[in-house]
Design a protein around this ligand. Structure first.
Ligand code: AHG
Ligand code: MN
Ligand code: MN
Ligand code: MN
Length: 332
């Protein structure tokens, strides 16, 4: 018999009941992230009709062309959290400096990639949003940037919204990973993927292979190895790459395999951002039983030096990621 649907709010309230010391603010914070997801999903559904495709003409701190939807998604996070009293600082891929929010006693720091996969905006392909939540010990008494620059192990929650064929909210508060699907007719997220476990090995690789000739030889050899015909080891792997990190990692979280945005010979730091992309996805994937590495060290242990710092990201099934590390480190 089908179980009565569990809404996001009910799930959060039940989880909170196990922590009598909790004030409920954190639960509201997660619900508000869900709200941002609903608002953006609403915009995306009719984006091609409402003249919100294309670029703003600006360039962001990452040196990237800003899409109108990047701006809209960032503004939505700001609007939802500005007067919420929940977060004392909001840091975003799209904002050079963290935005301080004047609220006495707001405990949380929120870091976001407000719209992930923005090259997909104009072609009706999947998009996402990524979030990382940390607890502030200092409030606003200290320069905010210093407190934000802590390792990924300090995250207390992380997750993403995937705007695909349906909208999903996937998150962890350090006790497993749970997925909720937005039921548009009632505007509620319903539990659809409880306690997600990533397979220990997969058959899919996800990487922008156009960059092959820029990679160090260990990375090239690893990719070559995935194409070898060998039934016993499940090779060749299938290649799947959407250009949206959230969507590509989501596929691997559910079905197993490996996602790579590796370091390049002339750009050893890779492309993706440690604080907004690498750390939150690493927490999710580790909580589901997988691994996330730079090639030489665990992502969550990387000591951040700057808010917009980039990091090579190799993430997915534990066995696949360990194998990639062996090649990158010259051990295979
Ligand atoms: P964002 O849209 O937030 O800037 O992120 C883009 C990222 C990520 O979504 C994707 O995996 C990757 O960049 C795609 O990069 P390439 O076009 O170089 O493959
Ligand atoms: Mn970007
Ligand atoms: Mn991104
Ligand atoms: Mn982005």
């Amino acid at each position: 018999m089908a179980k009565f649907p569990i809404t996001l709010s009910r799930f959060i309230i039940e989880q909170q009941a196990a922590h009598p010391e909790a004030t409920g603010e954190f639960s509201v914070l997660l619900t508000q992230i869900g709200l941002v997801g609903k608002m953006i999903a609403h915009d995306l559904r009719r984006a091609g009709l409402n003249k919100i495709l294309g670029t703003t003409g600006e360039t962001n701190i990452q040196g990237e062309v800003v899409k109108k939807l990047d701006q809209i998604a960032n503004d939505t996070f700001v609007r939802v959290f500005e007067h919420s009293g929940l977060v004392c600082v909001l840091a975003s891929e799209e904002m050079e400096k963290p935005l301080k929010m004047v609220h006495e006693g707001a405990k949380y720091m929120l870091l976001v990639d407000p719209l992930d996969g923005s090259s997909n905006t104009d072609v009706n392909m999947p998009l996402g949003a990524i979030f990382s939540i940390r607890r502030s010990k200092l409030g606003q008494r200290q320069p905010v940037e210093d407190e934000l620059l802590q390792r990924g192990t300090e995250q207390i929650a992380a997750g993403y919204v995937l705007y695909g064929a349906s909208t999903m909210l996937v998150f962890t508060v350090g006790q497993g990973v749970h997925g909720f699907t937005l039921e548009p007719s009632i505007g509620e997220y319903l539990l659809s993927n409880e306690n997600i476990r990533i397979p220990s090995k997969g058959k899919v690789y996800s990487v922008n292979e156009g960059n092959y000739h820029r990679w160090p030889s260990g990375t090239q050899k690893y990719l070559d190895s995935l194409k070898v015909q060998d039934k016993a080891t499940g090779r060749p792997y299938s290649g799947r790459y959407s250009g949206c990190l959230v969507a590509d990692v989501h596929r691997i979280l559910l079905g197993g395999g490996i996602y790579l945005y590796p370091g390049e010979n002339d750009k050893p730091e890779g492309k993706l951002r440690l604080m907004y992309e690498g750390n939150p996805l690493a927490m999710v994937v580790e909580q589901a039983g997988g691994k996330a590495t730079t090639g030489t060290m665990r992502i969550l242990d990387v000591e951040p030096k700057a808010l917009h710092q980039r990091v090579p990201l190799i993430i997915g099934s534990a066995e696949d990621v360990s194998q990639a590390e062996a090649y990158i480190q010259g051990r295979a």
